[in-house]
Design a binder for this molecule. Structure first.
Ligand SMILES: C[S@@+](CC[C@H](N)C(=O)[O-])C[C@H]1O[C@@H](n2cnc3c(N)ncnc32)[C@H](O)[C@@H]1O
Length: 229
């Protein structure tokens, strides 16, 4: 039996946010590395490794069998959370998927607005749309961390449903809770990446003479620059 699995920095960031001893669902699991790592490190009671496609699920099953965790980790064909019931899981990981799809997964599941559920979200793109969706729909980002993986920078956020829309400033859509702890290298890299993206948007707005968009981007860029050390 293999007793070791090294997760990438991106997947580690997600796995480390899980509370010891809980029941986990990994949505869009593909290789099932996160649940396998959690089981190898005795961090979980059980896991559902879920995917919308059978190909990735076969991949997941093969790896789960290889590590002999078929009793702890079950695979499940599911579009988002639709084929999972509320009592089966405490904490839900959704990693390696776009922020827009993550928002759809949350809004499509009636029990995703239960206050005892914890979501670990790691969007690959459209992070600002996801943070905006979360705030408008009563979800709170409890903590957020950045990491560098294969020369790219990612964030993962620990999110709970609090039931009331959260007021966030425009700049917070771009860096989320990194604003509370921003001086380490990966957080700085993420802030610089967001400034660069906004500068590109600003150029586009300038070339099209969109005054209010220019004003918006300039204001957010200036705010974000305050977090560079
Ligand atoms: C890029 S892989 C990410 C794998 C892994 N979570 C990671 O972060 O490395 C995305 C996976 O999400 C699955 N997926 C996409 N949309 C999904 C949905 N609505 N519900 C469940 N799985 C989905 C895809 O089939 C694919 O296996």
């Amino acid at each position: 039996m293999k007793n070791h699995l090294k997760l990438s920095n991106r997947l580690s960031l997600c796995a480390e946010m899980i509370t010891d001893g809980c029941k986990v669902a990994d949505i869009g699991t593909d290789h099932a590395y996160i649940p396998i790592w959690l089981a190898l490190n005795s961090k979980i009671k059980s896991a559902l490794a879920c995917d919308i496609r059978t190909g990735p699920l076969k991949n997941a099953s093969k790896n789960i069998e290889k590590y002999r965790f078929s009793d702890v980790i079950k695979t499940r064909l599911s579009d988002g959370l639709l084929n999972i019931t509320e009592n089966e899981v405490d904490e839900i990981i959704i990693a390696g998927i776009g922020g827009n799809i993550i928002s759809n997964i949350l809004s499509g599941c009636p029990w995703a607005s239960k206050k005892d559920k914890v979501f670990i979200l790691q969007p690959m793109k459209y992070e600002e749309r996801l943070r905006e969706f979360l705030a408008e729909n009563g979800y709170k980002i409890e903590k957020e961390k950045a990491t560098i993986c294969s020369r790219k920078v990612y964030t993962a956020m620990k999110v709970t449903y609090v039931g009331t829309p959260q007021k966030i400033e425009n700049y917070e859509k771009y860096i989320g809770k990194l604003s509370e702890d921003y001086s380490y290298p990966a957080a700085q890299a993420y802030i610089r990446k967001q400034i660069k993206n906004l500068e590109n948007h600003l150029k586009g707005a300038e070339s099209e003479n969109l005054d209010s968009a220019q004003e918006y981007y300039r204001e957010v860029i200036e705010k974000l620059k305050n977090f560079l050390v």
